[in-house]
Design a protein around this ligand. Structure first.
Ligand code: MF3
Ligand code: CO
Ligand code: CO
Length: 266
C-alpha cells in the first residue's frame, strides 16, 4: 500500500493560510448568491475575490477546465462549468472553491439554497452536510480511511440516499490532487491508517436516487446523476492530528444561503 505523505510544520502553516483564503471566498460567494444571476456571474465573483485575497483560482486551466470555480446545479454532481445559465428560485447549487496561495492549495465547497428549494432538495442537501461532519468526526491518528467512508455511507444510506462512488476526496498540498484517495463509502478498519500530519479533503456527494453518474460527452467535465435526481456536496480540507483533526477550511462565520437556513427534519 502507498503511504500518504506527512506535511512538515512549515507546510502545515502554509496550508492553514491557503485553506483560510478558500474558506473566506466560499463565505463571500454565499453572500453574493442570488436568484437571477448566472453561473458565469458566480465564476467572475470567485475569480476576483480569490485574486483580491492574494490567491489564484486553482480550477482555471486545471487539466483543461475552462473556468475559475465549479458550479454544480441540481442534478449536476460535480465539476459543473459556469456558463450563461441563470440560477433560479428552488435550485440547489454546489460552489467548489480551490485557492492557490503561496504555492499551496485550499479546497472547500458547499451546497447553497437559491430561494426556497423543495423539501426533498433540502433533505438531500442536509444529508450531505451532516455526512461530511460525520466523516470528519471519524478522523484521528490510528483510524483508517475506511472508517471515514463507512461513517458517511452508513448515515447517507440510512437516510434513503446514495453515495457517489466515482469521485473521491484526495490528498492536497503543493499539488491539487494527490494520494490518498478518500472514498466516501467502505468498511471500518480497512484502508490506509491515518497518521498525524496527513492532509486530505473529504467531499461526499450525496444523490437522491442512484449513485450512478455520467460525464457529459460534449464537455467531458460536467458530472450528472444517471437518473437525473438531485445531488448535493460539501467539502473540507482537514489535517489529521493525534486526537482528531483540524478542519483547515473551517469558516469564521455562518454560510449565508446555506447554514443559516439549514432545515431540521424530524
Ligand atoms: N475542487 C474539485 C475537488 O474537490 C476539483 C475540481 S477540478 C476542476 O477536487 F478542474 F474541475 F476544477
Ligand atoms: Co477536492
Ligand atoms: Co473542491
Amino acid at each position: 500500500m502507498t503511504r500518504s505523505s506527512i506535511s512538515s510544520p512549515k507546510e502545515i502553516e502554509s496550508m492553514r493560510l491557503a485553506c483560510a483564503k478558500a474558506a473566506e471566498t466560499l463565505l463571500a460567494v454565499g453572500e453574493f448568491l442570488q436568484p437571477g444571476m448566472t453561473t458565469d456571474d458566480i465564476n467572475r465573483f470567485v475569480h476576483d475575490d480569490t485574486v483580491k485575497r492574494g490567491g489564484w483560482p486553482a480550477p482555471l486551466n486545471y487539466r483543461g477546465f475552462p473556468k475559475s470555480v465549479c458550479t454544480s446545479v441540481n442534478e449536476i454532481v460535480c465539476h459543473g462549468i459556469p456558463n450563461a445559465d441563470v440560477v433560479k428560485d428552488g435550485d440547489i447549487i454546489n460552489i467548489d472553491v480551490t485557492t492557490i496561495y503561496k504555492g499551496f492549495h485550499g479546497d472547500t465547497s458547499a451546497t447553497f439554497y437559491v430561494g426556497n428549494p423543495s423539501t426533498t432538495a433540502r433533505k438531500v442537501t442536509e444529508c450531505a452536510r451532516r455526512s461530511l461532519a460525520l466523516g470528519i468526526e471519524a478522523v484521528h491518528e490510528g483510524a483508517t480511511l475506511g472508517d471515514i467512508g463507512a461513517a458517511i455511507q452508513q448515515y447517507v444510506e440510512g437516510e434513503g440516499f446514495s453515495v457517489v462512488r466515482d469521485f473521491v476526496g484526495h490528498g492536497i498540498g503543493r499539488k491539487f490532487h494527490t494520494d490518498p484517495q478518500v472514498k466516501h463509502y467502505g468498511k471500518r478498519g480497512t484502508g490506509e491508517r491515518l497518521r498525524a500530519g496527513m492532509i486530505f479533503t473529504i467531499e461526499p456527494m450525496v444523490n437522491q436516487g442512484t449513485y450512478a453518474v455520467e460525464i457529459d460527452p460534449a464537455d467531458k467535465w460536467t458530472v450528472r446523476t444517471a437518473d437525473r435526481g438531485l445531488s448535493a456536496q460539501f467539502e473540507h480540507t482537514v489535517l489529521v492530528t493525534k486526537r482528531g483533526c483540524e478542519v483547515l477550511t473551517a469558516r469564521g462565520s455562518v454560510l449565508r444561503n446555506s447554514e443559516n437556513i439549514a432545515a431540521v427534519f424530524v
